[in-house]
Write a protein that binds this ligand. Sequence first.
Ligand code: PLP
Ligand code: COI
Length: 341
Amino acid sequence: MEKANIDWSNIGFGYIPTDKRFVANYKNGAWDEGALITDDKIVMSECAGVLQYAQTCFEGLKAYTTEDGHIVCFRPDLNAERMIDSCKRLEMPVFPKERFIQAVVDTVAANERFVPPYGSGATLYIRPYMFGISPVIGVKPAEDYQFRLFCTPVGPYFKGGAKPITIRVSDYDRAAPHGTGHIKAGLNYAMSLFAIQDAHEKGFDENMYLDAATRTKVEETGGANFIFVTKDGTVVTPKSDSILPSITRRSLMYVAKEILGLKTEERPVYFEEVKDMAECGLCGTAAVISPVGKVVDHGNEICFPAGMEEMGPVTKKLYDTLTGIQMGRLEAPEGWIKVIK
Ligand code: PLP
Ligand code: COI
């Protein structure tokens, strides 16, 4: 299989169209068989539910070329389950878990020439999503839906790759208590665009959101969960009902405890505690683990000891172990790796 003519080591996190995408339609209360198609355009009513009331959710996972030349993806079952939770909360039909996983496998296999080579630093990002496609004008769920899944080769989410980033405490909230912060709804991202543009204009890479009710607890960023390491080496991650249950974070906490033998805690993390942490990182499919070097809270700087040049030692161990599992260099816990080819 001849690979696509792409400068793999120099791509960023952008959209590069690939050969095939999977599409299934929900009509009259049932999903059709679905198919892999070449057309990357969607035609829909001007009044489609997604266009009027943002009835849409999505997922994100990656496929990797392993050291021994296989193509694999990481824990697609958990993305399928999270999408089911998102759909239920948004009054959308559920796309069955086994069909979701099959769509991932088939679409990646059909785009094999776009799966970045082992060691290139790039990966194949997989974007499943669903939206209300039939007309809706009164505020209510659509009748018909489309599930789609495409792939695109990507490089690092943050420019500079594994170099520490600078984030700021946001004055805007990401998610309301009892709202939709725990699901992957498009609306959570639409309302973060103003805050992220503003952060970028002011020289920050991302926003640290605090809990909307009390503004005392760390929640997450616009696209990743937090992991902290305390000075005594405990790996701590915020527990909150209004953050996305990151699959990367859940995997890292397992790696920390069961593979690296570290102490772990999932608990509310007060912003007051952040200044005493030894390390801080953002974790997610796109972010992998991006080390945070500095948090700025309205002019007050919190600088982590590892500085702005490299990851802290525990973050590095977590990063090496997780990416080692994903790229087939290390043995994976049961069920984590789905072999595609
Ligand atoms: N938090 C938010 C808001 C996200 O968009 C993402 C990305 O998916 C994550 C966390 C990380 O989740 P995961 O590790 O499942 O990709
Ligand atoms: C992911 O990590 O898959 C996401 O969806 C985050 C997004 C900000 C790219």
